[in-house]
Ligand binder design. Sequence first.
Ligand code: FAD
Length: 349
Amino acid sequence: MLIIGQGLAGTWLSYWLYKSGISFKIIDQKNPDSASLRAAGLINPVTGRRIVTTWMIDELLPFAINAYRDIGSFLGEVLINETSVIDFFPSVQMLQAFQKRYEEDSTYLLPVKDREKYSEWFRYDLGWGEINPCQLVYVEKLLTSWRAWLKKNNYLVENIFDLLKLKEANKSLDYSGIRASYIIFCDGKSSAQNPHFDKLPFALNKGEAILVEIKSLPANKVYKKGMSLVPFRNNIFWLGSSYEWSFDNDKPSEKFRKNAEEWLNYNLKLSYTILEHFSSIRPATLERRPFVGFHPFHQQIGILNGMGTKGCSLAPYFARQLVDNIKQEGNINPLADINRFGRILTRLT
Ligand SMILES: Cc1cc2nc3c(=O)[nH]c(=O)nc-3n(C[C@H](O)[C@H](O)[C@H](O)COP(=O)(O)OP(=O)(O)OC[C@H]3O[C@@H](n4cnc5c(N)ncnc54)[C@H](O)[C@@H]3O)c2cc1C
């Protein structure tokens, strides 16, 4: 098996393959601005203005917790921790939406006991609600540790993959001397330009964030008020993000930086230092479901992509489904299987 890309998708695919005893090689050109390395790492079970439970979360969440603990104990690292999102209501509408959702269905929400609990650190006039349990994945630590393991055990080729060099020979594939039965693209935004998959309805999405040092803020919660302030490492918090469906370039913008500084100056009562400002492209899809499976024409060519804003919860689960499918031990969820685009993918132009 040849895997292209070692973001969250390629990491999980290679881990499950290794655990299943299936041999593989990964080709990855490290990009510090890849979606995975820039992610906050949050798995939040509810979303949006109406606080809707996210797609399949009751299945994805327990699966993800076990999966990150499993790879964590394999690598000797803590890679996931439970947290809460403290949702400071930015408007009366959001306060009312939270109250309505809590009355109708309190799953993943906790009642507020002490309204002033966070007033030493944050300015908030409309109170707050708590989303719990959430999970925080240490994505940077996971990718770095797994990469070191891959390298040490000779599974990793650090290079740019060039599709023109991929040859089919006697029912197997050859890439610069690497022979494989299958190739699976886990290459994030690059797949949107891959002639095998560019007809899939990708909807790439730009996100910007900053890293801020805040020495005296406890790093056991995520603090949200429109933007989210997420514990990242040591005293450093990740503040973001933007969601741009149409953009001229993939660079950090002055506009976002200004918004982020205004957010900090208005909402945070503590001193802070901005360390870094970055942007990255999410491999999102039009109907917000991942792309998993093998090309209907080229059955040796597969994809694990389209994780959008939810790579931390979707990647371990759908990588596992793909491996089970390869072992003929299970099917890919039809809502994620790229076979749903069979007609589009087999169209010649
Ligand atoms: C700002 C931001 C915040 C986010 N926050 C969260 C969050 O809190 N929680 C959450 O669940 N999700 C979050 N996401 C979404 C999440 O990051 C993505 O869903 C996920 O990282 C996608 O992983 P991937 O492996 O598919 O792609 P990527 O992370 O983009 O990985 C692709 C890899 O392939 C490599 N590659 C590409 N082309 C080639 C080539 N030709 N040759 C060699 N290598 C190649 C790249 O260098 C990279 O290493 C966030 C995303 C962004 C941008």
